[in-house]
Design a binder for this molecule. Sequence first.
Ligand code: UT7
Length: 328
Amino acid sequence: MSLYPVGIIGTGKYVPERILTNQELEQMVDTNDEWIVTRTGIKERRMAAADQATSDLALHASRQAIEAAGLTAEDIDLIIVATITPDMFFPSTACLLQHKLGAKQAAAFDLSAACSGFIYGLATGSNMVASGMYKHVLVVGAESLSRITDYTDRNTCILFGDGAGAVVLGQVAEGRGFRSFELGADGSGGELLKVEGGGSRVPATEESLASRRHYIHMAGNEVFKFAVRIMGSAAEDALKKAGMSKEDIDLLVPHQANIRIIQSAMNRLNLSEDKAMINLHNYGNMSAASIPVALAEAVEQGRVNEGDCLVLVGFGGGLTWGASVLVW
Ligand code: UT7
C-alpha cells in the first residue's frame, strides 16, 4: 500500500580520473583494441587511485545527488549502498559513507546483488518511502572493480571499471515516480560469476592467493546467453506490471556490460538507437554503478524530461536481475 508516489528527486555520479585504455591492456594481456571494441563496445574504463576506496567514490556521487535534490546530508533518513567491492567486510560501506557525508540521522546498510544491486536498492528504498517509514532515501551503486580484477586474465580484465552513481528518493507529484519493479534470482547459476576467496568457504590462505581465487572468475559465454534472455524479458515483465507497453518507453537505461547485450534488448523492445542510454565505451562494466552513472549522465545531457517513461534494467552475478519502470 503506497501512501505517496515515490520517485528520484536528485542524481549524481563520480568516476576516478585515471583512464585505462584498450591500448594499455594490449601491453598487459594477449588482446587488441579491435577485438575488445567489436566484442564488447568498450574503449576505456576508469581506475580508482591507490588511496581511493568504494566509499570515497560513493561520497562524491552522493554529495551531488543530495545537492541536486535541494537537500543536505542531515535530511537523509536511510543510506543503501549496492556494492560487491565494499571498503572492507564490515563495517558496511554505507556506514563509512554515512560518516563521511555527515548524514547523522541516517540508518545505513549495504546490499549485495552484484550488477542488479542498484535496482534492488531502488525497490527497497522506494518502498520504505512509499510506506511512510522514511522521507528521503539515498541509494548508491558504487564499485572499485579494479581491486578484484585479474589483470592477467584477458577474459575478464578488459571488461571492468570503477565508479559510483547515486540517487535520492522522495515523494513526487501524482502521476510521476516508480510504476513497477521486477526482481529475480537464479542461485543455480552462482558458479558462473564469482569471487570465492576471502569468504567463509574459502578463507584467505597462501594457497587461495596463489590460485588467484580473490579475483573475479566468469564463464563469459554462459553469462552472455543468460543476459540476452533476461534483459528483454525483465523489461517486458516490468512494463506489464506497470500497465505500459514497449511503445511507451522514452529512454532505456540498461546495465552497461556489453554493447551486443544492450542491442539485443533494444531489438526485443523495438527501440531505436536514440532511445537507449549507452556509455559503456567510456567506462566498461561498473557493476552496481553502471545504471546510476548512466542515469546521472542522461539527466546531465538533458535526455530525461518531465513525464518521460524510463525503463531501468540490469542483470548480474547471483545470478540476479532487476527492472523498473518509472515516470520522470
Ligand atoms: O555484469 C555482468 C558480468 N558479465 C557480463 O556481462 C559478461 C557477459 N559476457 C560477455 O560479454 C562476453 O561473453 C565476453 C565479452 C566476455 C566474451 O565474448 P564472447 O564473444 O562470448 O567470446 P568467447 O568467450 O566465446 O571467446 C571467443 C574467443 C576465444 O578464443 P577461441 O577459444 O575461440 O580461440 C577467447 O579465448 O575470443 C578469445 N578471447 C579474446 N581474444 C582477444 C577472449 N577474451 C579475449 C580478449 N582478447 N580479451
